[in-house]
Design a protein around this ligand. Structure first.
Ligand code: THU
Length: 160
């Protein structure tokens, strides 16, 4: 039997060590947590994307009494960006979160459904996204796109 080893490279650093462009995007994601509508979970998530012309768009999670009708910060942001700027590729994505105690020390990774949407967006624009996950204690940088977070992924190639 053969074995496949699927590796994921994640860079770990403090916020202060991030390149200036990443810091700016993270700050937009952190600020977006205050626009979150998270009355049920009290878990405020903010996301920000940088488009290929430098435009930054941010968004936050929007919850609903019918829980599955709510949407994560990442998808809110990407869908908003893509619906406003359908020809601009998404270059990078930052995610930040806080709960009632304040900002989380460790980064939150995007959920599975958001990873799938990130993958579709990468495919759509033929461009891997730089993903920056913010935590007050440490940040993670995924440089080579969402495939690192979603190995053996299903995309439109299988539909051909
Ligand atoms: N949430 C996000 O917005 N992004 C994630 O990556 C994980 C979870 C939201 C969904 C829900 O509103 C709340 O956080 C608790 O799960």
């Amino acid at each position: 039997m053969k074995e496949m080893v699927l590796q994921t490279k994640v860079k770990v650093c403090g916020f202060d060590e991030l390149p200036a462009a990443d810091k700016e995007l993270v700050e937009a994601a952190r600020a977006a947590t205050s626009c979150s509508y998270a009355v049920y979970s009290k878990f405020n998530v903010g996301a920000a994307v940088r488009l290929d012309d430098g435009t930054i768009v941010s968004g936050s999670n929007q919850e609903n009494a019918a829980y599955p009708s709510g949407l994560c910060a990442e998808r809110t942001t990407i869908f908003w960006a893509n619906s406003q700027y359908p020809t601009k590729a998404v270059e990078s994505l930052a995610i930040a979160a806080r709960n009632e105690q304040g900002e989380l020390a460790v980064p939150i990774p995007p959920c599975g459904a958001c990873r799938q949407v990130i993958l579709e967006t990468e495919k759509r624009f033929n461009r891997a996204m730089r993903i920056i996950l913010y935590g007050a204690k440490e940040c993670y940088i995924i440089e080579d796109g969402v495939k690192a977070l979603l190995p053996l992924s299903f995309d439109s190639n299988f539909l051909e």
